[in-house]
Design a binder for this molecule. Structure first.
Ligand code: ATP
Ligand code: MG
Length: 566
């Protein structure tokens, strides 16, 4: 028998006003409807209603992971630092890692993800090819000291993740484990009622299927994905490679200096010279592990500093400050050009559009002066090409060349063919069929369980509040007792009968709360079916309301029960 949740005794306080710091709908509504409360920045308490929803998501994930042969385990969240030192991630993670010491001064971390420990666990448990393949997973609390823990549970510093890992003796085995996960994820997100897209998470150069993300389109998302309306190509913009048009063979004139007073920005320069911003070369100066480095990109493009940092990791990337120009007369702020300096005064990184043979207007390394006809390969060399500019709407599709569409989305899952990286690090071999050791190959697969709750709230809410699909909702039906004793009696009687039929019921039997407040709360809480014991309770007639469509119908009790349990 399902349990009746009575609002008269439940620890639940809904709020009329949005929390002051909330920007996203899911953050506002999950707090207002009493699902979660902020305990500290990026650290959340799940209250009774919220815990139910979180459990429902976990159950769906668990069922589908079990269905592909996943074995559930639970690793610790408090981890010794040594395996992460061995893999190099203790360093690489930098500030994202929560680090701590025990009473003896031994160092630990709170796990951000568990590749290292799973590899060691499998090394301990599996010794022969006969022990493989293995898919192991856990649903567990993860810790990441995120720089900007905004948006409520969408980006927590403590959050729930399902992480699974596959171990195989062959590449074909890994491909199969990856395929199984891809299908399981498809079923999970469909059951959760999420609208999602599967997009490539790595640039084409690394091969199409090695890593894909499951993205839930939503304005509150922090990821942007590119979608090609022409060929169906879809990728996280982080994985879109620049398409460089062929460079025509042209004889360029010699470098020519131009007097350009008061033009320290691309906009002022382009206007002064009457050229498009795309004809200018912007040189962004950064410090890479304290070394001054320049990044050359067409003047109409923005550098994505996150992408840049990722490319150069574990080196630390910082923007230059005024002090960095002290004692560097060769670097004229606002008028830097690569000619004469690239590869000498600084390492020169550039966007692939700054291709050999292209000519640019750029800084002349003199105050108030620019230079024209500065040709790549003739007047300067690029040390390294990097895909670090922000992809823009209309950029050519890397597959077919048509203009890309851009949309915001929330990353809800990520599947990744890791290969032998961790097996190499930890020497994970099994005895092969021929008696020789075989190096194991591995996949890693994540789902943001707590983030999925927020993603679902983002996609399904309306002006009145949350609006859950039934499988995920904290109850199947929300019964409102309008207020009079007889109405409450009927509401509780129906609640009992529904519970006996296995239906999950939330009943608003609070005394002294006006019907108006109860109706508003029911809309806010977002259970898909609302049953009202009101005006016609004495005749045994109740009202059924569909939370999503707002459709309402008056029905005799027996019929209403039949409808809800159907
Ligand atoms: P993001 O780019 O959003 O920081 P990520 O790529 O670093 O995420 P993964 O390491 O791929 O995250 O983790 C697997 C899944 O865990 C993600 O797809 C996401 O759904 C979830 N997740 C990651 N970070 C957080 C977080 N801070 N709060 C809630 N969920 C998260
Ligand atoms: Mg990811």
């Amino acid at each position: 028998m399902a349990h009746v949740q009575r609002m008269s005794t439940m620890m639940l306080k809904t709020l009329r006003d949005d929390p002051a710091d909330a920007e996203t709908a899911s953050h506002k509504l999950l707090v207002r409807a009493g699902y979660v409360r902020r305990t500290s920045a990026g650290i959340w308490t799940w209250l009774p209603l919220g815990k139910k929803v979180l459990e429902n998501v976990s159950r769906v994930v668990r069922e589908e992971m079990d269905a592909i042969g996943g074995q559930e385990v639970l690793l610790p969240a408090l981890l010794p630092k040594e395996p992460y030192e061995t893999s190099g991630r203790y360093e690489e993670y930098g500030d994202l890692l929560f680090r701590l010491q025990d009473r003896k001064g031994a160092e630990y971390l709170l796990g951000p993800t568990h590749e290292e420990i799973f590899t060691l666990t499998v090394k301990d448990q599996c010794t022969s090819y006969k022990d493989l393949p293995v898919i192991v997973y856990q649903i567990q609390t993860k810790y990441r000291d995120e720089a900007r823990p905004r948006s409520g549970v969408l980006r927590g510093r403590e959050f729930q993740m399902k992480d699974s890992y596959s171990f195989d003796a062959s590449d074909e085995g890994l491909a199969e484990a990856y395929r199984l996960h891809r299908e399981a994820y498809t079923r999970i997100f469909a059951r959760l009622g999420l609208d999602y897209r599967i997009v490539s998470a790595v640039s084409g150069a690394m091969g199409g299927s090695a890593s894909e993300e499951f993205l839930a389109p939503a304005a509150a998302g922090e990821d942007t994905f590119a979608d090609c309306p022409s060929c169906g190509f879809a990728a996280n913009t982080e994985a879109v490679t620049a398409v460089v048009p062929p460079v025509p063979e042209t004889e360029h004139g010699p470098v020519e200096e131009l007097d350009t007073p008061d033009t320290p920005t691309i906009e002022t320069l382009a206007e002064h010279l009457g050229v498009p911003a795309s004809a200018t070369l912007k040189n962004l100066l950064v410090k890479v592990d304290s070394e001054i480095t320049a990044v050359g990109v067409p003047g109409d493009r923005e550098v994505d500093l996150g992408k840049l940092a990722e490319h150069l990791a574990p080196a630390v990337v910082e923007l230059v400050t005024a002090e960095d120009f002290d004692g560097r007369p060769d670097l004229v702020r606002g008028y830097v050009g690569p000619q004469g300096l690239a590869g000498k005064a600084f390492r020169y990184l550039a966007d692939p559009r700054v291709a050999p043979g292209t000519a640019w207007v750029t800084g002349a390394n003199k105050a108030d002066t620019h230079a024209r006809n500065v040709v790549c390969g003739r007047d300067f060399e690029v040390d390294e090409y990097l895909d670090v500019v922000v992809v823009e709407e209309g950029d050519p599709c890397p597959r077919c060349g048509e203009g890309l569409k851009l949309d915001r989305a929330i990353e809800i899952g990520h599947i990744f063919q890791l290969g032998r990286k961790y097996a190499d690090t930890f020497g994970l071999d099994v005895l092969g069929q021929n008696g020789k050791p075989v190096r194991v190959t591995m996949g890693s697969y994540g789902i943001g369980v707590s983030r999925a709750v927020a993603a679902l709230a983002e996609q399904t809410h309306d002006d009145a509040g949350l609006c859950w699909p039934r499988e995920i909702a904290p109850a199947d039906v929300h019964i409102v007792a309008a207020g009079k004793a007889q109405q409450t009696e009927l509401a509780l009687d129906i609640a009992q009968r529904l519970a006996e039929a296995g239906t999950r019921v939330l009943v608003d039997d609070r005394a002294g709360v006006s019907p108006g407040v109860k109706f508003t709360d029911a809309e806010l809480i977002g259970v898909p079916t609302i049953l009202v014991a009101g005006r016609r309770a004495a005749e045994g007639v109740v009202e059924l309301k569909d939370r999503r469509t707002g459709e309402r119908e008056e029905l005799p009790v027996a019929e209403a029960i039949a409808r809800v349990t159907a």
